[in-house]
Design a protein. Structure first.
Length: 249
């Protein structure tokens, strides 16, 4: 069930609808990173340099040279920081398009089942913030655990496997269910969701390819939720909807 969901997600990853979501998320990520670059650089120029000028009105030429060098060092440090932030920021931006990905998977792969419902704007923004927080928290915690002898790389996969599996599965489930019901369903299939999360963590560990992690994870968990729902007797129904399709197990 997990491998079938992963293979189905991989097969669609470079399809036209997924490419559209990818380019939109990467484009916005670049815009955010560039804005951060200029914003922090402007902050440096508007605070540090005026402070030096105020303290030393007749600033010698060597101090002016040092301040320029400091600006370049700060720019280099900022570039390194942004390189580490590109993953979390791209995850945050991509989370804004997860419903688009879910709709494509549901429409193309499960045409006989009713479509899920996208989140409203405010809950969607809250979900985006949660995804961002999960990525940051997961990697900080994994980084801390990597310093503990005997834990090392396993920490990265265990922490991220749990957090990513939980968040992405609940995202897919909440397109059809309330939050409490989605959490309950995840609890009943905790081992399956965790194993799927480990696959996502492995995907996220691959440089450059990890920029596709949110799209891959969303598609995979939509497939997994559909298959889990089939084992539960079908998707939740409303009176006006057709019965859910029977899915492969």
């Amino acid at each position: 069930m997990i491998l079938a969901s992963a293979m189905a997600a991989l097969g669609a990853l470079f399809s036209r609808p997924f490419r559209a979501a990818l380019w939109k998320s990467l484009g916005l990520s670049v815009v955010v990173l560039v804005a951060l670059w200029f914003g922090i650089e402007a902050l440096f120029q508007s605070t540090i340099l005026p402070l030096l000028t105020e303290v030393m009105p007749d600033m010698p030429a060597w101090i002016d040279t040092m301040s320029t060098a400091a600006g370049w060092v700060a720019g280099l440090a900022l570039a390194v920081m942004l390189a580490f932030l590109i993953g979390p920021i791209s995850a945050l931006i991509a989370s804004l398009f997860l419903d688009d990905v879910a709709e494509v998977v549901e429409r193309d792969d499960y045409p006989a089942a009713r479509q899920g419902k996208a989140m409203a704007i405010l809950p969607g923004l809250v979900l985006s913030a949660k995804f961002f927080g999960v990525v940051i928290l997961g990697n900080l915690l994994a980084l801390f655990l990597l310093l503990i002898p005997g834990v090392n790389l396993a920490a990265f996969f265990v922490v991220n496997g749990y957090l990513l599996g939980r968040e992405y599965f609940e995202f897919a489930a909440m397109r059809y269910r309330g939050e409490a019901e989605a959490k309950s369903l995840r609890g009943r299939y905790a081992g399956t969701v965790f194993a799927a999360g480990l696959l996502i963590a492995g995907f996220m560990a691959i440089p450059f390819l990890n920029l596709l992690t949110p799209l891959f994870a969303a598609a995979m968990m939509v497939h997994l939720h559909q298959r889990v729902s089939a084992r539960e007797g079908g998707l939740p129904r409303v009176s006006t909807d057709a019965p859910a399709a029977q899915l492969p197990r």
